[in-house]
Design a protein. Structure first.
Length: 444
């Protein structure tokens, strides 16, 4: 009889294809067995997950943790703890909003050293594509970046310039040669800059004016252009944070033509609207902007059909002072890395009947597959890393500011009611977050 480090009994495992009730046996950070009625188990720690669901740890492929350089906005410790409290066990940190941005080998080593020291969960770093850093891309890949990220419109950060068309083409050719992938923020710089200047700053409906100045067709134009560049260079593509199912049309058509392209949306586009922006102000400001209720519903229907590959939080925090004053000048970016699963369970599972298996697939299995970490990450299977979120899908709670682990506790979700709460998170076999009030659930 071997001794395990941790045994999770009686939970319902949520993998991409099916739900199954079983015990999960963990040793040395790995899932060593999964089965029913495994009786003779000796373990250092046992969790009774009766009535609870076991999701593969969330893989958040899109966060901005600001460290080094702007760690008063968010840090690698606070950011990763927030993720852990939301059931995430792996994140990919974007190259911008930290300083220096991750656009060189040197900057990579700086951030990587800090992440190694401070993150409570697994992580990978994105490398940046900016005008003039073509020669750094190969070195960044050798350092271990998960892929590359470029902005097609103004990033809001002076030290991370948007990539012009020539830069994009040259970088994509290089990234294709390196067999890596380019993630793009796809909004047209020309259109957003032009319409941005036309905004009536005195408008009584400033949220609508802001949203209209960054319209869906500006996303579509950028997506069509980057797809054409992917045809020209054979570069693999990942389109981040689409705000509307209309943006999917060129992406799905490109997939049908055989292009290697994937697409992300975020919890805020799946739960909030322009009305929330009007009411909440800058806490709900992001780019692309929030849209209408119809767009939210359409994105959910796309998820139901399997047309959205991954969910990323695009956690993009700032100082509170940057969220004050005029909405048009405020920081564009929503803090949401802790709340992804609760938002998806409430809006998707409870309100729209989206299967739990689909939520597991787009938050974990698909990102693991898309970014080359499968097998090993992204499912609860024998031999995989023991990365697990234990979730009570029935628990109803009101999100309080004090619940948040963010450095700056700003969130458009505060005060809203959710059904679905992360009770514990296990990262490589270690219990790194626990919200069990019932001490009977855990024995050591
Ligand atoms: N710089 C930055 O993080 N920008 C992000 N914020 C946002 O709302 N959209 C973005 O791309
Ligand atoms: Zn973006
Ligand atoms: Zn982002």
């Amino acid at each position: 009889m071997s001794e395990f480090d941790l045994v999770i009994k009686n939970g319902i495992i949520v993998n991409e294809e099916k739900l199954s009730k079983a015990d999960v046996l963990i040793k040395d950070g790995k899932i060593v067995d999964i089965g029913l009625h495994i009786k003779e188990t000796k373990a250092k720690q046992i969790i009774d997950a009766e009535g609870l669901y076991l999701f593969p740890g969330i893989i958040d492929s899109h966060v901005h943790f600001n460290e080094p350089g702007r760690s008063e906005w968010e840090g690698l410790e606070t950011g990763s703890k927030s993720l852990a409290a939301g059931g995430a066990t792996l994140f990919f940190d974007m190259p911008l909003n930290s300083h220096p941005p991750t656009t060189s080998e040197q900057a990579f080593h700086l951030k990587n050293g800090l992440a190694k020291e401070k993150s409570v969960i697994d992580y990978r770093l994105w490398g940046g594509v900016v005008p003039g850093n073509l020669d750094e891309l190969e070195k960044l890949l050798q350092c271990g970046v998960i892929g590359f990220k470029a902005f097609m419109s103004n990033s809001g950060i002076d030290d991370f310039q948007s990539a012009d068309d020539r830069t994009l083409l040259q970088a994509m050719k290089k990234i294709a040669e390196l067999h890596s992938i380019l993630a793009v923020h796809a909004e047209s710089d020309t259109i957003t800059e032009f319409l941005g200047k036309e905004i009536n700053r005195e408008s009584d409906h400033i949220a609508l004016a802001f949203s209209n100045a960054r319209p869906i067709f500006s996303e579509i134009e950028a997506v069509q252009r980057i797809i054409a560049y992917a045809e020209a260079t054979k570069c693999r593509l990942h389109i981040v944070h689409i705000s509307s199912a209309d943006v999917l049309e060129p992406i799905l058509a490109a997939k049908r033509r055989g292009l290697d392209i994937s697409v992300e949306t975020c919890p805020h586009y799946l739960s909030l609207t322009m009305d929330d922006l009007e009411k909440l102000g800058a806490a709900a400001k992001c780019a692309p902007p929030l849209r209408s209720k119809q767009e939210v519903d359409n994105l959910w229907e796309a998820i139901r059909k399997g047309e959205i590959d991954v969910i990323g939080s695009d956690h993009s925090p700032s100082l509170p002072s940057m969220k004050m004053g005029n909405l048009l000048e405020a920081w564009g970016g929503i803090s949401g890395c802790q709340t992804t699963l609760s938002v998806l369970l409430e809006e998707g599972y409870w309100q729209r009947g989206i299967p739990l298996e689909m939520i597991s697939k787009i938050t974990s299995t698909n990102p693991a597959r898309r970014f080359g970490l499968y097998p090993n990450k992204g499912s609860i299977l024998k031999g995989y890393d023991a990365d697990i979120a234990i979730v009570d899908v029935n628990e109803k709670f009101i999100l309080k500011k004090e619940d948040l682990y963010y450095k700056n506790k700003i969130s458009p979700y505060i005060g809203k009611t959710y059904r679905g709460r992360v009770k514990a998170t296990i990262s490589r076999g270690e219990l790194i977050y626990s919200h069990f009030s019932d001490s009977n659930k855990m024995t050591t």
